[in-house]
Design a binder for this molecule. Structure first.
Ligand code: HEM
Length: 220
């Protein structure tokens, strides 16, 4: 059993790195089209939101299918959402801001911070994107066994932040698309569905607890 879990973890890891390998290969093969920066930004943004949604889907899917071992992959998939989010952010910093400042001959720490700050303050989709990524930071930091043990019940509460991160990601997408909103709408629907399922589970659990404590209270 332990061996099977180890192999499936290796397989899931390989699957999660496949988009990264694909974009690196395309970059080396010069297959990124006329605007490589734009292509990399969109590609990494797409995979950030996809991995966020997959992470959110793991709990409902494992309950519905009774495949409880799926929990083994949640941390890894969540960390990959953060990984692609960081690549997405770094693409914006390095390939967008750094290269533009370099072309102007004005690249230094202060000018970079200023340009980034201006963009974050001026463009609302960047502001909300930063919030989405920022919310993933404490989740990534506390994803280790040590933090899970140290935080106890608070760990689960903290990790509900992933919903806010996904919501911020969807808003970010809505605000940046110019015409066709079909994909952000689809993602919004998926997040709403996954959140809805969580609420149903939460209500069911609360009712079960109340029912379990009712006879005890009656007996007393
Ligand atoms: C939760 C975090 C984030 C998610 C889920 C996310 C997701 C996305 C998605 C899905 C796209 C569109 C991809 C497409 O059209 O195919 C996108 C585009 C983009 N994102 Fe993000 N993003 C996040 C955070 C950020 C951050 C922190 C920044 C920069 C500070 C950023 C900058 C951009 C830019 C510049 C674009 C392209 C906009 C354009 O087309 O003009 N994103 N992102």
């Amino acid at each position: 059993m332990a061996m099977r879990i180890r192999w499936s973890k290796i397989a899931v890891f390989a699957l999660c790195t496949a988009p990264f390998a694909w974009i690196v290969w395309r970059a080396f093969a010069q297959q990124l089209g006329a605007d490589p920066v734009n292509e990399i930004t969109h590609f990494t943004g797409d995979w950030t939101i996809r991995f966020l949604l997959i992470t959110l889907a793991i709990t409902p899917v494992r309950r519905l299918t009774r495949q409880y071992q799926l929990i083994q992959f949640r941390r890894m998939v969540g960390l990959f959402a953060f990984f692609y989010g960081c690549l997405h952010f770094l693409t914006w910093v390095v390939l967008d801001k750094v290269l533009a400042l370099q072309a102007l001959g004005d690249l230094h720490f202060g000018s970079l911070m200023q340009q980034m700050g201006l963009d974050i303050a001026k463009r609302r989709y960047i502001t909300v994107g930063m919030i989405g990524l920022g919310l993933m930071v404490p989740l990534a930091i506390t994803s280790t066994r040590g933090w899970i043990r140290r935080l106890g019940k608070r760990w689960q509460k903290l990790h509900r932040l992933i919903y806010f991160s996904a919501i911020a990601g969807v808003i970010h997408y809505f605000w940046l698309v110019k015409a066709d909103t079909s994909l952000p709408r689809l993602y919004a629907l998926i997040v709403a569905g996954l959140l809805g399922i969580r609420i149903v589970y939460w209500v069911q659990q609360r009712n079960r607890k109340q029912r379990a404590s009712a006879p005890a209270a009656g007996a007393a």
